[in-house]
Design a protein around this ligand. Structure first.
Ligand SMILES: NC(=O)c1ccc[n+]([C@@H]2O[C@H](COP(=O)([O-])OP(=O)(O)OC[C@H]3O[C@@H](n4cnc5c(N)ncnc54)[C@H](O)[C@@H]3O)[C@@H](O)[C@H]2O)c1
Length: 440
C-alpha cells in the first residue's frame, strides 16, 4: 500500500483565469454553469462522470473520481480572463455559435458578468487577428507585471482562495526554442529587453507562475514548454501542463493508432484533412500558425507506431495533415482520414473515417478536468511538469529528452495510477496472476 499524500482541502473559491475568451473557453464556462444549475450534463468529463477501480476486481470498489480525490466543487469556480476584443462571455459565446441560444439565454446574466481584461497581444504572433482591447506596456517584463496586477485584483475582487490559468487563446506562429528560452536569468533579461522570440503566451505563463498559479497550455505554441518556465515552476513549486488539447481528429488517431499497432497491422499512409470555419480555423489559415499545429499533430502517430522498432510495418508510412479554413462550417469541423493499411502477407486494405465533430464540445470537458486536476496537483505539492495529464494533450509536455506517451489507453492508466498513488491506494498493473494463484 502507498502512503496517502498530504493534500490540502479544496475549500473556498477557485478562480479560473483564461487568456482567450473564444469558442473553447465560452463553451467550457457556459457548460460548467449549466452543469451546476442542473440544466446540462458534463458529458466527457472524467472529474464529473468518471469512476475508478480500486483494489482487486473482486472487491467491486469503483467510486466516482470526484468522491475519491478532493476536487474543487463546480459551485466554487469563478471565471475570468483576457481577450483582444472587449466582448463579454455572453457576446463571445453567441458569436462562437457553438451552443444553442436557448441554453445560453438561461445563463445570460452570469455570462454577461464575465468581461475580459485587456490582453497582452503581439500581431506578429497571430497574423490573422488584430486587437484593440490590448495593453500597451513599454517592455514585455512590464506586460508580465501588468498581468500579475490583473491576477491580484481578480483574486481580491472575487475572494478566491486559489487560482489556475488555462491558455485558450489563438495558436501563435511556430517558434523554435532559442538561447533566451534556456534558463530563467536569460529569459528575464529578454523580457526586459523586449526580445522578439518571447511570445505573449510565454508572458502569461511567466505571470501566472510568478503569482504562484498553475498554468495549462491548451494550444500547440511553446508557452510553458521552455526550460526557463519549467525552471521557474520548479523553483516556485507550481505545476504546469501542456500542450494542445486532444480533441477531434487527433483524438481519433490516438484511439485508432494504438489499436492497429497492437494487432501489428502495417500502415502505408495516413492522410488527414479537415475543414472548419471558426476563428481558430481562420488563425490556422496562416502558414506560420498552421506550422505550429502541424508539428503537434504529426508527432502523435510517429510516437505511437515506433517505426524504428517496427520498420517492416511503419517505416515507409506517408503521413499528411491538412487544415482548411471554410467559413460555412463554423465550429462544426469535418475531418476525413484515409488510412492505407496492410495485413497478413502484405494484403492491402483501407479505412475511411469521416468525423463530423464539434471541436469545442470535445474541448470543454478537457478544460474542466485539467483545471480541477492541476488544482489538485498544486494542493498535493506536486510541482513542474505534470506528465500524468498527458491524457488530455496532443503533444504532451515532458521532461526534456523524455519521449512522451501518446497512446490514450496508456495515458489513462497513468492518470488513474497517479490518483491512486495520491490517495495511498495500490497501483493497478493488470497482471492479474494473483487471482489464479489463489485458486491453487
Ligand atoms: N477546439 C478545439 O478542439 C481545440 C483543440 C486543441 C487546441 N485548441 C486551441 O485552443 C485555442 C482556442 O481555440 P478556439 O476555437 O476557442 O479559438 P477562438 O479563436 O474562438 O478563441 C481564441 C480567442 O483568443 C483570443 N486571443 C488571441 N490572442 C490573444 C492573446 N494574446 N491574449 C488574449 N486573448 C487572445 C482571440 O481574440 C479569441 O477570442 C486555439 O489555440 C486552438 O488551437 C482548440
Amino acid at each position: 500500500m502507498n502512503l496517502k499524500k498530504n493534500i490540502q482541502k479544496a475549500n473556498g473559491k477557485l478562480g479560473i483565469l483564461i487568456p482567450g475568451l473564444g469558442a473553447v473557453s465560452t463553451t467550457f464556462i457556459a457548460g460548467t454553469l449549466a452543469a451546476r444549475k442542473g440544466i446540462g450534463q458534463p458529458i466527457g468529463s472524467i472529474t464529473q462522470m468518471g469512476r475508478i477501480r480500486l483494489g482487486k476486481r473482486t472487491e467491486n470498489r469503483n467510486p466516482a473520481i470526484r468522491d475519491f480525490v478532493p476536487l474543487a466543487s463546480l459551485n466554487d469556480l469563478v471565471f475570468g480572463g483576457w481577450d483582444i476584443t472587449p466582448d463579454n462571455a455572453w457576446e463571445a459565446a453567441t458569436n462562437a455559435g457553438v451552443l444553442d441560444t436557448e441554453l445560453l439565454v438561461r445563463l445570460k446574466d452570469e455570462l454577461e458578468a464575465i468581461r475580459p481584461m485587456k490582453a497582452v497581444f503581439d500581431h506578429s504572433f497571430v497574423k490573422n487577428l488584430d486587437g484593440e482591447h490590448v495593453k500597451h506596456e513599454k517592455t514585455k517584463m512590464d506586460s508580465a507585471k501588468a498581468l500579475m496586477l490583473d491576477i491580484e485584483q481578480f483574486k481580491q475582487k472575487n475572494g478566491c482562495d486559489r487560482m489556475v490559468m488555462v491558455w485558450c487563446a489563438s495558436t501563435e506562429v511556430y517558434v523554435e526554442q532559442q538561447e533566451i528560452h534556456q534558463d530563467l536569468d536569460k529569459f528575464e533579461k529578454a523580457l526586459r529587453d523586449n526580445h522578439p522570440a518571447i511570445a505573449p503566451s510565454m508572458i502569461y505563463a511567466y505571470a501566472a507562475i510568478q503569482s504562484g498559479i498553475p498554468f495549462i497550455n491548451g494550444a500547440p505554441n511553446l508557452s510553458c514548454d521552455i526550460p526557463a518556465i519549467v525552471e521557474l515552476a520548479n523553483k516556485l513549486k507550481v505545476p504546469i501542463a501542456g500542450k494542445d488539447f486532444k480533441t477531434g481528429q487527433t483524438l481519433m488517431k490516438t484511439i485508432l493508432g494504438p489499436g492497429l499497432k497492437t494487432r501489428l497491422i502495417g500502415i502505408d499512409g495516413w492522410f488527414s484533412t479537415n475543414i472548419l470555419g471558426n476563428r481558430d480555423g481562420k488563425v490556422l489559415d496562416d502558414a506560420d500558425s498552421f506550422k505550429t499545429k502541424e508539428v503537434s499533430k504529426l508527432s502523435v502517430l510517429e510516437s505511437i507506431l515506433e517505426a524504428e522498432l517496427y520498420p517492416e510495418l511503419y517505416k515507409e508510412m506517408y503521413h499528411k495533415v491538412r487544415i482548411n479554413y471554410y467559413p460555412p462550417k463554423g465550429d462544426d469541423k469535418e475531418s476525413w482520414d484515409n488510412i492505407d493499411i496492410f495485413g497478413w502477407l502484405g494484403y492491402k486494405m483501407q479505412i475511411k473515417v469521416n468525423f463530423l465533430c464539434k471541436d469545442s464540445i470535445l474541448a470543454a470537458p478537457v478544460v474542466l478536468d485539467l483545471v480541477l486536476f492541476i488544482d489538485l496537483a498544486h494542493r498535493a505539492q506536486m510541482k513542474g511538469i505534470q506528465e500524468w495529464l498527458s491524457f488530455y494533450f496532443k503533444s504532451p509536455q515532458t521532461l526534456q529528452g523524455l519521449p512522451p506517451i501518446h497512446d490514450i489507453f496508456q495515458q489513462k492508466i497513468k492518470l488513474e495510477n497517479t490518483l491512486r498513488h495520491l490517495m495511498g491506494e495500490k497501483l493497478i498493473n493488470h497482471l492479474g496472476l494473483d487471482y489464479y494463484e489463489e485458486e491453487q
